[in-house]
Design a protein around this ligand. Structure first.
Ligand SMILES: O=C(O)CCC(=O)C(=O)O
Ligand SMILES: [Fe+2]
Length: 334
């Protein structure tokens, strides 16, 4: 077993070398698959290193994301997120409210509402009928935006398939068990920007966060974070524990639909993004992250996985259509 990426308050998030699953001998493959499954069953989170997505690709995508967020607000708003069914485009919740704490009434409002200090841009599969992506016009800094993002989307899609293969092997299922459930790529690439923020914002309102606590909805999420920190994962006893960035790794967490699919043998764990740990400055610098939300094909029927129940009455949930489930969850959020 390798060292833990995070270990505190009963939460152990393993750091796993994914190349041993991809390129190792049979023994290494099996051992790695079991470690991955065990991480999802106990913490709901793992860190993967040596994934096929290179550091260069990652740096390029982060740079391109930052260029998007530098566009004028009006331009970004013209690509606004519309409906749960489309789930594509730009969201700027609460940004103005939290950066202009001028009068006492404003402060009071923020105290009670404290919206997340973040903006995001969602990109879906580029060939989903009826739901085009909201690509920004490509001039100036934005030349190449679409190809950068679709390339990255496809690489993440392939990694989803591979991680699901590891889960299948860990569960003693055929390695390709999930292939036909995840081959369409009904996934969402979310670029995230947490703007720079004065420390006092967090002092004025102790409830202020960059992203409120939540679980993710789908199968797994591939989370790429920069070096700033602030991501926290809820431990079994209910404390939030720092999921400190480790260079070159990808944080992977299980979502609610995978938990349901596994008859709750896999955990979808609550997490959030808060004020980053100690800096000497008055202002916290911006934080960028990229979440790739993986889902089973929207047309898939999700029913308790073989081996997760002994008899029908041990199934905790009804079978459900993946797309319906996800739209239901998104409808409740936005
Ligand atoms: O920005 C992060 O590190 C986490 C984002 C997240 O959890 C989400 O968007 O679901
Ligand atoms: Fe999340």
């Amino acid at each position: 077993m390798e060292k833990a990426a995070v270990q505190a308050d009963g939460l152990l998030i393993p750091l796993i070398d994914f190349s041993k699953f991809e390129n190792g001998d049979d023994g290494q493959k099996l051992e790695t698959a079991k470690a991955i499954l065990n991480g999802f069953q106990t913490a709901g989170f793992i860190y993967l290193k040596n994934i096929p997505i290179t550091a260069e690709t990652r740096a390029h995508v982060f740079g391109t994301s930052a260029k998007f967020f530098r566009l004028p607000l009006d331009t970004k708003l013209s690509h606004g997120w519309t409906t749960p069914q489309a789930n594509r485009g730009y969201s700027a919740p609460g940004r103005e409210k939290v950066t202009q704490l001028t009068d006492i009434n404003e402060v009071e409002k923020v105290r009670t509402s404290a919206p997340d200090i973040k903006e995001s841009f969602e990109i879906g599969r580029d060939d989903e009928p009826g739901h085009p992506n909201q690509w920004p016009a490509e001039h100036g800094e934005l030349v190449g935006f679409k190809s950068t993002m679709t390339d990255f989307f496809d690489q993440c899609k392939a990694l989803h398939v591979e991680v699901m293969r590891a889960i299948a092997v860990g569960m003693g299922l055929a390695p390709g068990f999930f292939d036909g459930f995840v081959d369409v790529g009904d996934n969402t690439l979310r670029l995230l920007h947490y703007p720079e923020v004065k420390k006092e914002v967090f002092q004025i309102n102790p409830g202020q966060v960059r992203a409120g606590e939540h679980s993710d909805y789908g199968s797994i999420t591939l989370l790429f974070q920069d070096a700033r920190g602030g991501l926290q994962v809820k431990s079994p006893s209910g404390e939030f524990v720092d999921a400190t960035p480790i260079e070159g790794t990808c944080v992977v967490n299980a979502g609610d639909l995978l938990a349901r699919w596994s008859n709750d043998t896999i955990k979808s764990t609550i997490h959030r993004v808060v004020e980053p740990p100690h800096t000497d400055e008055e202002v916290h610098p911006p934080r960028y992250s990229i979440a790739y939300f993986c889902n089973p094909n929207f047309k898939s029927h999700i029913d308790a996985l073989p081996g997760t129940y002994a008899s029908e009455d041990e199934k905790k949930y009804e079978g459900i259509n993946s797309g319906d489930y996800l739209v239901q969850r998104l409808t409740a959020t936005y």
